[in-house]
Design a protein around this ligand. Structure first.
Ligand code: NAD
Length: 284
């Protein structure tokens, strides 16, 4: 059986570190660090994530607040709202909850968020920094994956990393982050032919697609490290990842469960970036 990469256990240690950083920030500045969570509309799909993030912020001593923008806001209104947060001295980090409603352009967020407050790596500047191997904020899910590997002393340098999923929030930035750690990286996506031929080559297989059971046992190389980023809510309310966990755990060397793998670390990494700034992901 594979070693279980226990995100909940790692999260307890990370939470202690983040709490200490939050206290140090408070001692230095005389007030807690502030995180603004912007979301469009009241009842949005991201609401459950927002509530979990508020709890995580409270548990470490970061002052998080939700800025709810009108459902029918246009790009100009969104840009103005973000600029208000950019100018607010009590806001150290800005998170824009996704997905955005169809009338809004993702470009507005990428252009408007102050790069110094872009704690989820959503801005053009962060993307450019990551691409160029400059210190950078990165999307918190990607930070969580690397943190989990680091805490289990799983090295990336020289390893064959195969990432399934090429989104702007997970797959693509994770490819650059692991490349910056000197891995040999392959990105697969919905148009990749013979996915198994690629995934079987991975020393470290990272899956972020949103399709339960996508990765079967024969698609993993024996002994591989398998990181499942997928979150899929089933009809009975259960949450599963993209990997056929019981089967793949028989062949993998190490594997993340879902829930309890990458998920518990994601919000903590966002808070850590809020407190540390982008020097955290210095890739030089
Ligand atoms: P997305 O829909 O933006 O991107 C999905 C990617 O998967 C695309 O690049 C697409 O080409 C690829 N894909 C789709 N079908 C495929 C197939 N059959 N074979 C290979 N590739 C395929 O999704 P996302 O926002 O990147 O999220 C991916 C998953 O990760 C979702 O389940 C999401 O809920 C989860 N997620 C988890 C966290 C976390 O903290 N654990 C954070 C963000 C997203």
């Amino acid at each position: 059986m594979a070693l279980i990469l226990d995100g909940r256990k790692v999260a307890r240690a990370v939470r202690d570190d983040v709490r200490a950083l939050a206290q140090a920030y408070k001692d230095r500045k005389g007030r807690p660090a502030g995180l603004a969570i912007a979301q469009v509309g009241e009842a949005v799909a991201s609401d459950v994530y927002t509530r979990a993030l508020l709890r995580a912020a409270e548990s470490v001593g970061v002052r998080a607040s939700v800025v709810t923008l009108p459902e029918d806001i246009d790009d100009e209104g969104l840009r103005a709202a973000i600029e208000t947060l950019n100018a607010d001295d009590e806001t150290q980090g800005i998170l824009m909850q996704l997905p955005l409603p169809p009338q809004l352009s993702p470009r507005t967020v990428a252009e408007a968020i102050d790069p110094h407050k872009d704690v989820d790596g959503a801005s053009l500047r962060s993307a450019g920094n990551l691409f160029l191997r400059f210190p950078s904020f990165v999307p918190s899910t990607c930070a969580a994956v690397v943190e989990l590997l680091d805490r289990y002393d799983i090295p990336l340098a020289g390893k064959r990393v195969v990432i399934v999923g090429a989104s702007n929030v997970v797959g693509k930035p994770l490819a650059f982050l692991t490349l910056s750690r000197d891995a040999t990286v392959t990105i697969c996506h919905v148009y990749t032919r013979d996915l198994a031929a690629w995934t079987r080559q991975a020393d470290i297989l990272i899956v972020a697609v949103g399709k339960p059971g996508l990765i079967a046992a024969e698609m993993a190389c024996p002994g591989a490290v398998v990181v499942d980023v997928g979150i899929n809510v089933q009809a009975d309310g259960n949450i599963v990842g993209d990997v056929d966990y019981p089967a793949v755990a028989q062949v993998a060397g190490a594997i993340t469960p879902v829930p309890g793998g990458v998920g518990p670390l994601t919000n903590l990494m966002l808070l850590k970036q809020t407190l540390l700034g982008r020097q955290l992901w210095s890739t030089e």
